[in-house]
Design a protein around this ligand. Structure first.
Ligand SMILES: [Zn+2]
Length: 215
């Protein structure tokens, strides 16, 4: 996933939002930019932001889509095994539960948090911020919600989980009949929706909308 980017430099108490370059941290004053154009850091050339049409609505749509796929990822099996006539299926949460039941508490909690809790919280925070804005209402604790979203974002590592599952899939095929379940499709689509949500999010538009509603 992309880094936290210039959103962190926003300050809702100051209409002149300053943006920190995600690569070199150089601060830039907010500028008007046309839809479809990008703004670049004057020191290192990194992209500061893109002028996007309907940014917040599209981010909200991707976040809601991500939540639907999160449900699919958690109610369907990831891998289905058939060995010596026995059929068994594993779900997303089973890996973390296996660590917990074996006494590996820190590892189990970490896996559970990164694969299930953090992605869910990131998607819920996106919706909880953007849904009220869509209906011209302020989120309950906007600054806290945005700060928490940014803090959680690096922990939502379901994509790493997908790589691990694919490795297990290839290895286990030597020992048993292994099939891919709907959960894997759900995880891949959820991760894609999350990436698209953050790529679509125009942080300047977000702070501007918050400021307008506070007046
Ligand atoms: Zn820079």
């Amino acid at each position: 996933m992309t880094g936290s980017g210039p959103l962190e430099a926003g300050n809702s108490s100051n209409m002149k939002v300053r943006l920190a370059c995600p690569e070199c941290d150089l601060l830039h004053e907010n500028q008007k930019i046309k839809t479809g154009h990008s703004s670049y850091c004057r020191r290192c050339g990194a992209i500061l932001f893109r002028g996007q049409k309907d940014s917040l609505d599209r981010t909200l749509a991707y976040a809601c889509t991500g939540l639907v796929f999160f449900l699919l990822a958690n109610i369907s099996p990831i891998l289905v095994f058939k060995m010596r006539g026995n059929l068994s299926a594993n779900q997303l949460v089973d890996g973390a539960l296996a660590f917990l039941s074996s006494g590996y508490w820190p590892l189990g909690i970490l896996v559970l948090f990164a694969s299930v809790i953090a992605p869910l919280m990131v998607l819920c925070f996106l919706v909880s911020i953007l849904l009220p804005l869509k209906y011209h209402r302020l989120p309950i604790f906007p600054e806290w919600q945005i700060r928490t979203l940014l803090a959680l974002r690096p922990w939502a590592m379901a994509e790493i989980f997908v790589i691990g599952i694919m490795v297990a899939f290839v290895k286990l095929r030597d020992f048993a009949d292994v099939g891919i379940g709907g959960s894997l499709v759900g995880i891949i689509c959820m991760v894609s929706a999350m990436v698209l949500a953050f790529l679509s999010l125009d942080h300047r538009e977000l702070w501007k909308r918050l400021e307008e509603l506070k007046k």
